[in-house]
Design a protein around this ligand. Structure first.
Ligand SMILES: Cc1ncc(C[n+]2csc(CCOP(=O)(O)OP(=O)(O)O)c2C)c(N)n1
Length: 356
């Protein structure tokens, strides 16, 4: 983090002080909703790590620490806009109205978050696992929206690691040349698995990379939901007004492991994680709610109980809904199944030991 500069847009400071000039002055009910979604995402995240440990879901990429970035970005999008998330964007999906149950179904190995969803969910794409491949897709979709003149923008989410991929540079270059209404939303969570941000790029910031492609880059405190909401709203408005793309660097931190199959103690210090825990996005929103809107301990207890209940219900509903057959792992790979795979499939299908 040595090369990070402190020029970050922020509404609520670490001690809860509010910058009145930057405050978007949202109604209490909207801020409560932004907090509710963050608490739901955090509660779900804790549950999901437990489900993986119990062998009930596959590999999971924790979102802890990045809730405000994702919830703030989702809230700024309209139902008509397009959204391209990644494998860590569970809170972004929830913010787009994707049912929690769908998230669990995906983690159980079936579905892709957006199956059967309506409204904004229909313009939200399945998560991409190959790093940065969603970036050119988002640029293409937003260029199409521009050609049709239908007043829509696309937001594409990715990590700091993705900025080293060719797809990132190709996407930004195209968007700059064609003035595409694309919002590039980088969650700089300081790590790409075991590679720290300062080994990812020699640029002082990620935001400044936009300059090379002829458009504006903005750094925002990714743990401040109001600041993220403000920065993404401005970028979307500008894109739809024909001002072209914008790159937003949401400065945040991945507090959990890269995935449930990773051990971050092998490459980073606990003290760093503790420092970022002091900048917890949920605490920050709660402090704002307490000061500006009289949020009480009783409100907090009710919200936490609601989130526990919602998560428990979603897990039950998802486990009842899925019916994966081991046969399915052979599907969707080849148009014509090779002989070797066909023989494997027969062995599995005939094996009485395989739980089907
Ligand atoms: C094209 C490609 N190369 C490598 C990988 C392996 N891989 C998975 S996650 C990851 C790190 C990504 O880091 P970042 O973009 O910062 O996102 P984060 O996981 O921190 O959210 C890598 C290299 C991959 N999925 N796709």
């Amino acid at each position: 983090m040595a090369t990070q500069t402190p020029d970050v847009n922020r509404v609520v400071d670490l001690d809860g002080t509010v910058d009145e000039r930057a405050d978007p002055d949202l109604p209490a009910s909207t801020v409560e909703e932004l907090y509710r979604q963050q608490v739901l995402a955090r509660t779900f995240d804790e549950k999901a790590v437990g489900l993986h440990r119990q062998g009930r879901i596959g590999t999971y990429a924790p979102v802890r620490g990045q809730e405000a970035a994702q919830v703030g970005a989702a809230a700024a999008l309209t139902a008509e806009d397009f959204c391209f998330p990644t494998y860590r964007d569970h809170a972004l999906y929830l913010g787009r109205g994707v049912p929690l149950e769908n998230v669990v179904v995906h983690l159980l190995g079936e579905g892709n978050y957006v199956d059967g969803t309506d409204g904004p969910g229909r313009r939200t794409f399945p998560p991409t696992i190959p790093i940065a491949t969603q970036i050119p897709h988002a640029v293409g979709v937003s260029m199409a929206a521009d050609y049709r003149d239908d007043n829509r923008a696309a937001l594409v989410s990715f990590g700091d690691g993705a900025t080293s991929e060719g797809d990132f540079h190709e996407g930004l270059n195209f968007a700059g040349v064609f003035d595409a209404p694309t919002v590039f939303f980088c969650q700089n969570n300081q790590w790409a698995i075991s590679v720290p941000r300062e080994r990812q790029t020699a640029s002082a910031t990620i935001a400044q990379k936009a300059r090379a492609y002829g458009f504006e880059g903005v750094r925002v405190d990714g743990n401040d939901v109001l600041a993220v909401y403000g920065a993404v709203s401005d970028a979307l408005d500008a894109a739809k007004a024909g001002e072209g793309p914008r790159l937003i660097e949401a400065v945040t931190y991945r507090r959990g492991a890269h995935t449930t199959t990773d051990d971050p103690s092998q490459y980073r210090d606990d003290s760093e994680v503790e420092r970022w825990a002091e900048r917890d996005p949920l605490d920050r929103t709660r402090e704002y709610l307490e000061d500006a809107h009289g949020w009480t301990d009783a409100d907090e207890r009710d919200l936490r109980a609601w989130a526990d209940e919602r998560v428990a219900e979603a897990v039950v509903a998802a486990e009842e809904r899925t019916g994966l057959d081991v046969d399915d792992i052979f599907e969707h790979v080849y148009a014509r199944t090779p002989e070797r795979l066909r023989r494997q499939r027969e062995r599995v299908v005939d094996d009485p030991e395989v739980d089907r």
